[in-house]
Design a protein around this ligand. Structure first.
Ligand code: 13P
Length: 258
């Protein structure tokens, strides 16, 4: 049975003091909700402090990016070994990184490999752009992104996938639950082809793109969708708590194998 997971991608928001305030406000509420993995992904500069602030709670920590080299002269980059010390998850291949920082399938593949090597759990983001969606190329695009990201990887233990259609990110225009469920089902079948049915059935696949407290249930109610990668709404305490609480109510029993 797949444990549901809600991850908050804070993106480039919150100063250190704002991050401290946000996590302090979220902690008690999040800690009261069971049977969902709750992951927050603040900016790099806040990771160490947030790690201390969530100690002893059930909240888990993720980073938003990684570099693939272990160490050396790569000014400004953060290595897998540095992150392995701090957090459990790392978002890789977010569409904003593909779009604004020219991350290609090859770079994303190297980052996935680097994360797995130090036992960080990658949250691999894939998803089609608006024009690709309109041209009916969603299946082709996500299939190719998945293949490129996982090329040469024997067995991606700990991998999580987030299906984030680019046209739904930060636009307020979410996919429908049915659309997202269909594409996520396709992604699951593709991972079964790349690996095996066991991995595909255990793999957690999230939906991301304009998820709010008001629409979260549409996604969480779908059988293929194991949770959400939440952007804007993860910065609002009541919104994020509501999304996590709804997930626990709708899917929480699955984690107990009931
Ligand atoms: P929004 O929830 O703000 O649309 O962002 C989604 C996202 O990109 C999460 O990684």
């Amino acid at each position: 049975m797949r444990m549901p997971l809600i991850a908050g991608n804070w993106k480039m928001n919150t100063t250190l003091s704002e991050a401290i305030e946000l996590v302090s406000e979220m902690r008690p509420g999040l800690d009261r909700i069971d049977n969902v993995d709750k992951v927050i992904c603040p900016p790099f500069i806040s990771l160490a402090v947030v790690k201390e602030l969530i100690k002893g709670s059930s909240i888990k920590l993720g980073a938003q990016n990684i570099y693939f080299e272990e160490k050396g002269a790569y000014t400004g980059e953060i290595s897998p070994v540095m992150l392995a010390d701090l957090c459990e998850f790392v978002i890789i291949g977010h569409s904003e990184r593909r779009q604004y920082f020219n991350e290609t399938g090859d770079i994303i593949n190297k980052k996935i490999l680097a994360a797995l090597r130090v036992r960080l759990k990658p949250i691999l983001c894939i998803g089609e752009r608006l024009e690709e969606n309109e041209a009916g190329r969603t299946e082709e695009i996500v299939t190719e992104q998945l293949r490129a990201s996982l090329a040469g990887i024997d067995y991606p233990g700990g991998l999580i996938i987030a299906y984030e259609p680019v046209w739904a990110i930060g636009t307020g225009k979410a996919a429908t639950g049915e659309q997202a469920n269909e594409t996520i089902g396709l992604i699951r079948r593709n991972t079964a082809k790349l690996y095996d049915e066991r991995l595909a059935q255990a793999l957690r696949i999230l939906y991301g793109g304009s998820v709010t407290a008001a629409n979260a249930n549409q996604f969480i109610n779908q059988p293929e969708i194991d949770g959400a990668l939440v952007g804007g709404a993860s910065l609002k305490v009541t919104e994020f708590l509501s999304i996590v609480r709804q997930t626990s109510e709708i899917k929480g029993h699955l984690s107990k194998g009931v």
